[in-house]
Design a binder for this molecule. Sequence first.
Ligand code: DQA
Length: 148
Amino acid sequence: MKILILNGPNLNMTGMREPNIYGRTGYEEMMAQVERAARSRGHEARIFQSNYEGALIDEIQRAWRDNFDAIIVNPGAFTHYSYALRDALSSVPMPAVEVHLSNIHAREEFRHRSVTAPVCIGQIAGFGAEGYILAMDALHAARAVKNI
Ligand code: DQA
């Protein structure tokens, strides 16, 4: 599968920001692990991070034009209020899985709601960087089960 791995605002600060919540592994190292996991499964991963909503939307549209098969998205705080990102995800036919490093449901109330998860096939939260790898395997399984 050709998979777009999309990370939203502040994820580039992983390893430095709130390490008690997000861990001490840096963003680059975390994504290198995810890249390796994708490659070992025979997937092609395009990894993109931006602090800007429009740049994330452009990347979703670009992946569609480039015939990508699936999206793994950690929208950061956009999860909780970006209808524009939600619309971008539902505008394209590729299945998406939402990932969060932390368990957003066990944190502040405003993090419990995701406006983007309803247009994804599922959400994985609370497993750190492993969540991206679980998402890859979930997409693979969903393709077989749901024929997407
Ligand atoms: C996050 C959770 C969000 O609530 C937060 O705004 C983030 C990171 C996570 O990966 O746990 O930036 O998406």
